[in-house]
Design a protein around this ligand. Structure first.
Ligand code: NAD
Length: 487
């Protein structure tokens, strides 16, 4: 822990900036203070936006796509060079397993830069010929950056989700002002250092720390001189940000909450389905927007499946990040644990049978000051229960039986969210048949959370607006103009 940053500074116009107002970064593992975060006020956010605007008119505005690709690869190299420092920072802020931080979070941060560095070169245009009274005219499109892109990111996969937006935004020639979650300042601050070392020109990447409403997040989203905003977080926050940018009619991309379903048919490979649903329910302590909080199991295997899930959930290793084979870390904070525990209480009131967990574990050491809960499984709730309708964002799922395909399709779609689903079956014709009827952005069959970064990603309903990934990111982060020529 001693190698970690104790003061998390802002990064504006190529300079690291301290502020007078700071707030503590608290470890979710043991409740201890990790350091102080310098909160950016509206004036500093304004300077960041102005620096980002000015940088568009400097050398960055003249870079070719190939030069930007070279710079993004240099950023990826810089992260790889300091890989373990990024892992330390992510683990300290989130309490997740070190192994996950290495294999998923930081690795994906590197991949995001490399993927969008390479994909940037594939951003083509359109060209059409048309015969007119004036002669044959050609219309073709050119891509330009929007300008200043505001990026507001959450705490659940801090590095992965922040770089998922920073990399394509820069690949397309924009400049950015990034506001990471107040819970997870570590990897964002390290990324600013890497940008600095990689020679990214001042003003191209800016970082402002702070909270949302009444702080840096609100100041950034309300700033009149941003050109587009991309946000990942809660649906309610997305709605607030949408209102904030409505008067300026800004481009938005929103990746919001979910209440995702896993559907297990009786013809599945049973052991693989159990292992898959344990993973999709409890990975990252249930704090992945794609986690399954609703599990539907076909009646012939329902009891056996619930029993197997209970056995696996009870056996999951819970603890601090350095425990070998750790599967469940802490939740992000005590505040978030209070929210999750309030749903544990509500589930009992709504009549759930608590099959596994439903409580705080006791360790008899400093982890008792951490934000832990046990992986939890419920059965017996009606589909109308709040615990089946609302996103909880913890290691928890409700398992319900179903009989027919038509019935389960209706259950999956009976949600205001529409982010992801997974299906477990050996019948590939059935997989084709049911998956296309789910109103969600992505469906996995016999797997979960495999992401090809070239494919579109996003949700319907309360789960978001727009698609990012592959050419969809290039489209969102570019402004397209049509040029019509009469030769
Ligand atoms: P959150 O909405 O509380 O916060 C996200 C970010 O928004 C933070 O940086 C926060 O400071 C900022 N913010 C909060 N209020 C703001 C305001 N009024 N104006 C401007 N900024 C504001 O979300 P969270 O709790 O950090 O993240 C968890 C949520 O994110 C869950 O709902 C989860 O499903 C969702 N999520 C979605 C995806 C996806 O791809 N769809 C991915 C990850 C997480």
């Amino acid at each position: 822990m001693s190698s970690l940053h104790k003061l998390y500074r802002n990064y504006v116009d190529g300079q690291f900036e301290q502020t007078d107002k700071t707030f503590p970064n608290i470890s979710p593992v043991n409740g201890q203070e990790l350091g102080q975060i310098c909160e950016a006020n509206a004036e500093l956010v304004d300077r960041a936006v102005r620096a980002a605007r000015a940088a568009l008119h400097g050398p960055w505005g003249q870079t070719s796509q190939a030069e930007r690709a070279r710079i993004l690869h240099a950023v990826a190299d810089g992260i790889e060079k300091r890989f373990e420092a990024f892992v330390d920072a992510e683990v300290a802020d989130t309490g997740r397993s070190r192994q996950q931080a290495r294999k998923l979070d930081i690795r994906r941060g590197v991949q995001n830069f490399r993927t969008f560095a390479d994909l940037g070169g594939l951003a083509g245009g359109e060209c059409f010929e048309m015969r007119t009274d004036e002669g044959d005219v050609f219309s073709y499109t050119v891509r330009k950056p929007h300008g200043v892109v505001a990026i507001i990111s959450p705490w659940n996969l801090p590095m992965l989700l922040m770089t998922w937006k920073v990399a394509p935004a820069l690949a397309c020639g924009n400049t950015v002002v990034v506001k990471p979650s107040e819970e997870t300042p570590g990897t964002a601050t390290l990324l600013a250092e890497v940008m600095h070392e990689a020679g990214v020109p001042p003003g191209v990447f800016n970082l402002v720390h702070g909270f949302g409403g009444g702080s840096a997040g609100e100041a950034l989203s309300r700033h009149p001189d941003i050109d587009a905003i991309t946000f990942t977080g809660e649906s309610r926050t997305g709605s607030t940000i949408m209102k904030a940018v409505a008067d300026g009619v800004k481009e938005v991309s929103f990746e919001l909450g979910g209440k995702n379903a896993a559907v297990v048919f009786a013809d599945c490979d049973f052991d693989k389905a159990v292992a898959g649903v344990v993973r999709s329910s409890f990975t990252n302590t249930g704090q992945v927007c794609l986690c399954s909080e609703r599990v539907y199991v076909q009646r012939p295997i329902f009891d056996r499946f619930v029993a197997a899930m209970k056995q696996r959930a009870d056996a999951l290793e819970i603890g601090s990040p350095d425990v070998d084979g750790l599967e469940i870390g802490s939740l992000i904070s005590h505040t978030h644990r209070d929210k999750v525990l309030s749903y544990f209480e509500l589930a009992r009131e709504e009549g759930a049978t608590v099959v596994a967990g439903g409580e705080v574990p006791h360790f008899g050491d400093e982890r008792d000051n951490g934000a832990y809960v046990r992986p939890t499984i419920w059965t017996g709730l009606p589909e109308t229960a709040r615990c089946v309708k609302e996103e909880i964002f913890g290691p928890v799922c409700h398992i319900a039986p179903f009989d027919t395909e038509a019935e389960v399709i209706a259950m999956v779609n009976d949600s205001r969210y529409g982010l992801a689903a997974s299906v477990w079956t050996r019948d590939i014709a059935r997989a084709h048949q049911v998956t296309r009827q789910f109103d969600v952005g992505i469906v996995w069959v016999n797997t979960w959370f495999l992401r090809d970064l070239r494919t579109p990603f996003g949700g319907t309903g309360l789960s978001g607006i727009g698609r990012e990934g592959g050419r969809h990111s290039l489209d969102f982060y570019s402004s397209v103009s049509t040029i019509c020529i009469n030769p």
